[in-house]
Every structure is written in C-alpha cells, then in structure tokens.
Design a protein around this ligand. Structure first.
Ligand SMILES: Cc1ncc(COP(=O)(O)O)c(C=O)c1O
Length: 391
C-alpha cells in the first residue's frame, strides 16, 4: 500500500505493506505458498525468482515493519535469534562488540558460546551508564548492541546519547526493541542504525509464531542484510509472515491495553506487603523513569512504559509458591501476547546465564517477571492477590 510518511501509526499498522490481491481483489494479502516463480524467458520475471530470496507475503510484512519503525528497509527472519545472527554477520573475525550486560539469555549464549568461536569478542557492560560504553571501546570495536528496557530488570539506556557516541566513533549502533515494539519506541528516529525484534513477542502478539525482524535506513546496510538473509537462509515461512502481518494490524490497540494493565498491576504490587520491590519504568520509583519519559513515546508523543514488569519476592521458595497458585496468568517463557504470562527468569528465560553472572547484575532467585496481556486489569490483580496470600 502507501508509503506516505505522513500517515499516522495506526493507519500504517492497518494499511502499510499489504495490498489487495491484483487477481481477485481479496483484501487480505494472500499467503504465497510457493518455493519458486515461473519466468517468462530466462531472467525475465516479475521480481521473484526463488522463495528463499523473496516472497510477496514476506515482502508485505517487511514493508509494514519498516514503516512502523520509521525505517526504509525491513528484513524478516525465522526467529529473533536468526535476526540477531544476521546482524552479527555484519561483523568480521577479530572485531569486538559492546553488549548490554542484561540482554536476553539466548542472545548472551549466542554471543558467548557461538560467536566467540568465530573470532568475535564481546564486552558485556551496563549500557544504562554511558561511561561504561566509553571505557569498553577498543581499537577493534565494531558495534554497540543495546537492549532497552532490559529483560527482566528493565534498565533503560539513553538511545540518543548512544547513537551520537556511535556516530562519532564510526561504530554500528543496534537496538533490540522487542520489549516495547515500535508503538512505544522507535530507535531509528533517535539516530540508531539497526533495530532488531523477536517478532515472536509484541509484534505478533498472539503467542503462535516464532519470528524476527531487522529494520534499517542505510542503503549499504540494507544491501548487506539482504545478502545475508538470502545467503544464510533463515527465512520465515509464508504462513508465518501472513500471521504476523495480520497481527500487526492491531499492534497499537494491544500495546495501549497492555500498557494500561501493566501500570495498574505495578501500582497494586507496589502496595502489597509480600512484595519487596516492583520494577516498572512507569513508576516514579524506577531509577530511569525520567529517561523513559523522553524516549519511550507513543506515536502521539505521550510516554509509554510497555507491558513488562518484574517484582521481587525475596527468595526462590516465595516465588515458586506464588507461581504455582496463579490461575489467569500462565507460567510460561516468552512475552508480548494477548494473554498474561508470568515467569521465573533465573530458572527459565535466563537459566543459560551462569548463576554468578546473574548475581552480578542483580537477577535474583526471588525475581518474578510479568508480561501483561489485554485482559481486564482487575481480574489480573485479583489473581495475583490470591496467589500472594498463599505464600
Ligand atoms: C529481548 C529478546 N530478544 C531476542 C529474543 C530471541 O527471539 P526468538 O525467541 O524469537 O528467537 C528474545 C526471546 O525471548 C527476547 O526476549
């Protein structure tokens, strides 16, 4: 559809990317379930040669996500990790990458246990403090890979400052924007070079697809990413692209409700006697609340804090007791779906990080993480209250 930059986010979410089927007029973009495309004569075709290289359903998704992230080029992958691995394909043997110390456990594992064998080195630092980034820079540093807010401690890094720092030093800046989605944070608008998502999470939002997305503005970066997407081949199926494409039409509506629910849950937990700490960037007690208000903005410029929050129950026994008693919250890894999820990061999502490392960054055994869904907030709060009462 249109690539009119003036369209508002909600309109883009519905209309960008997809186009009515030229043959039938079907309003829903067809699922082009094909591996190859018929050519009229050798080399004469309609823009598609082979399914790994390109697919119209995938293209519709890539265009929609690029538009929502205020970028020019989008690339869809078969998982968030496949998207991250394409970004690592931009670095060369012998180069160094600075990474947020509290990144998603799978990202940490991929960098430490896979990419180090290919000659890359990594410094994991708290990127919410810019001095740490400056001090970690080496002569061979190629990239700064930031996750903000972090998972599950919700620390926030200043993206404007990081973008400027990287530009001055000729470093690539990368942001994993999975936790907020483009509805609440658009890093490319703040000067960042590359945005990556696990589209498994908010972008798809229905807990039924694994996927990844990379969005950039630079043509050279886009050329190399297109090459890597095709050369490595970790592409999503046409059906998965279609599911994500459909889900993205309601991204703005889901995120608004998830944000509202998370604020209500965070406030209620903050008053609960069994809860020793609530971590949510929307609370004034959050150390980066002011920064969040300046960079986590909905498309109308209003601050938004997303649907993720964590809270502390003091020890593993309390966390376990609470998690076993919940009925509306599902105990599961992942996040960003319409149904509320809850998890114990130390034994679930972040188990691949050694305990000593977890301790260093403050990821305790009593920490519980919530992904607020779109249900009624009062029902969710009552479910938490009855579970906490049984500790
Ligand atoms: C912040 C973040 N980035 C990346 C990933 C990896 O994505 P995927 O599971 O789609 O490979 C995840 C998965 O949980 C995540 O939470």
């Amino acid at each position: 559809m249109s690539t009119d930059k003036k369209l508002k986010f909600a309109t883009k979410a519905v209309h960008e990317g997809g186009r009515p089927d030229p043959d039938s007029g079907a309003i829903s973009t067809p699922i082009y379930q094909t591996s190859t495309y018929v050519q009229q004569s050798p080399g004469v075709h309609k823009g598609y040669e082979y399914g790994r290289t390109g697919n119209p359903t995938r293209k519709a998704l890539e265009e929609k996500l690029a538009a929502l992230e205020s970028g020019a080029f989008g690339f869809a992958f078969s998982s968030g990790m496949a998207a991250t691995s394409a970004i690592m394909g931009l670095a060369k043997n012998g180069e160094h990458v600075i990474v947020t110390d509290n990144v998603y456990g799978g990202t940490y594992r991929y960098f430490q246990q896979v990419m180090t064998d290919y000659g890359l080195s990594f410094s994991f630092v708290d990127t919410s403090n810019p001095t740490n980034i400056e001090e970690a820079v080496q002569s061979n540093t190629r990239m700064v890979f930031v996750e903000t807010p972090t998972n599950p401690l919700l620390k926030i890094s200043n993206l404007r400052d990081i973008a400027e720092f990287c530009r001055k030093r000729n470093l690539l800046s990368v942001v994993d924007n999975t936790f907020l989605s483009p509805y609440f944070q658009r890093p490319l608008e703040l000067g960042i070079d590359i945005v990556v998502h696990s589209s498994t999470k908010y972008i798809n939002g229905h807990s039924d697809v694994i996927g990844g997305i990379v969005v950039v503005n630079g043509e050279k970066l886009a050329e190399r990413l297109a090459f890597l997407q095709n050369a490595v081949g970790a592409v999503p199926s046409p059906l998965d692209c279609w599911l994500i494409l459909r889900a993205t039409k309601t991204l703005h509506l889901r995120l608004q409700q998830q944000n509202r629910n998370a604020i209500k849950i965070a406030k209620s937990l903050a008053e609960h006697p069994r809860v020793t700490k609530v971590i949510y960037p929307g609370l004034e007690t959050h150390p980066h609340h002011e920064l969040a208000k300046t960079q986590q903005l909905d498309p109308n410029g209003n601050p938004g804090f997303g649907g993720m929050l964590s809270f502390e129950l003091g020890n593993w026994e309390n966390a376990k007791a609470c998690l076993e008693q919940l009925s509306l919250f599902s105990l599961a890894e992942s996040l960003g779906g319409v149904e509320s999820l809850i998890c114990h990061p130390a034994s679930m999502t972040h188990a691949s990080i050694p305990e000593a490392e977890r301790k260093k960054i403050g990821l305790t055994n009593g920490l519980v993480r919530i992904s607020a869904g779109v249900e009624d907030a009062q029902d969710l709060i009552e479910d938490l209250e009855q579970a906490l009462a049984k500790i």
